[in-house]
Design a protein around this ligand. Structure first.
Ligand SMILES: Nc1ncnc2c1ncn2[C@@H]1O[C@H](COP(=O)(O)OP(=O)(O)OP(=O)(O)O)[C@@H](O)[C@H]1O
Length: 232
């Protein structure tokens, strides 16, 4: 069998911002290839460019130099609309602030990515139910997000991010707003689900517990992306 196509490929990617008359390079010649089934952690001090990197991978922003490929498609060659579709269909997001839609029930929130990608058929309700059971919220399908605890909301966000079986999951400090024990539960689910679905997960975190269970540990240091030795 030929080797599977990488999920993400960054080739010599740099990103600069104008700062008054000067130009500041936030990312310098970043090269990295991410594959299906990898559970990857991204570390870096505040301001080191972690969100910038996620924005480049998701096509929200474009690099100043270099190329970004997601699922083999080079983002700079796509129109903004095509990038939006790619993001919607091929990427799941989890944010620190959960970002659930308050006017939709738990079930409707998880159904949304399936609806947006035209995959809300007879099977989608089963998929949502099954995900809800997996994250331990099978009895909260009809609740609205503001009735749930922070940990429960983040479990819904995990289910939503994976509902449309995206090959790539991007998470920006998904446990930042949770206490340690709740954060651990959410990470268990996140890891279990991404492994089960053979997705590639790239997770920004400061959580040492997450670093210990990652397949790969990446770190942004003065604009360079460095790969550290992951657990043995
Ligand atoms: N649109 C922008 N215009 C100008 N500068 C920007 C822009 N976006 C980010 N930056 C700068 O790029 C640097 C990296 O920002 P980024 O948000 O990627 O860091 P981060 O590692 O995610 O930080 P944190 O952990 O605090 O969220 C910062 O110095 C920020 O001020």
């Amino acid at each position: 069998m030929p080797p599977a196509q990488p999920v993400v490929e960054l080739h010599d990617v740099s990103k600069s911002y104008a700062e008054g008359d000067a130009v500041r390079e936030v990312l310098s010649n970043v090269r990295i290839t991410l594959h299906a089934g990898e559970f990857i952690v991204l570390l870096g001090r505040s301001g080191s460019g972690k969100s910038t990197l996620l924005n480049l991978i998701s096509g929200i922003d474009l690099p100043s130099r270099g190329t970004v490929r997601v699922d083999g498609r080079e983002l700079v060659t796509l129109s903004e609309h095509e990038r939006t579709l790619l993001r919607r269909e091929r990427i799941g997001f989890i944010f620190q602030a959960f970002n659930l839609l308050p006017t939709l029930t738990v079930e409707e929130n998880i159904l949304l990515p399936l609806e947006l990608t035209g995959r809300d058929g007879p099977h989608s309700r089963n998929r949502v139910r099954e995900l809800l059971d997996t994250v331990g919220l099978g009895n909260r399908a009809a609740s609205f997000p503001d009735r749930l605890s922070g940990g429960e909301q983040q479990r819904v966000a995990v289910a939503r991010a994976l509902a449309h079986t995206p090959p790539l999951l991007l998470a920006d400090e998904p446990t930042g707003n949770l206490d340690e024990q709740t954060g651990r539960k959410v990470l268990d689910l996140l890891e279990g689900l991404t492994r089960r679905e053979n997705a590639c997960a790239l997770i920004v975190t400061h959580d040492p517990g997450l670093v210990a269970r990652a397949d790969r540990v990446l770190s942004l240091e003065t604009g360079r992306l460095v790969e550290r030795e992951a657990r043995a």
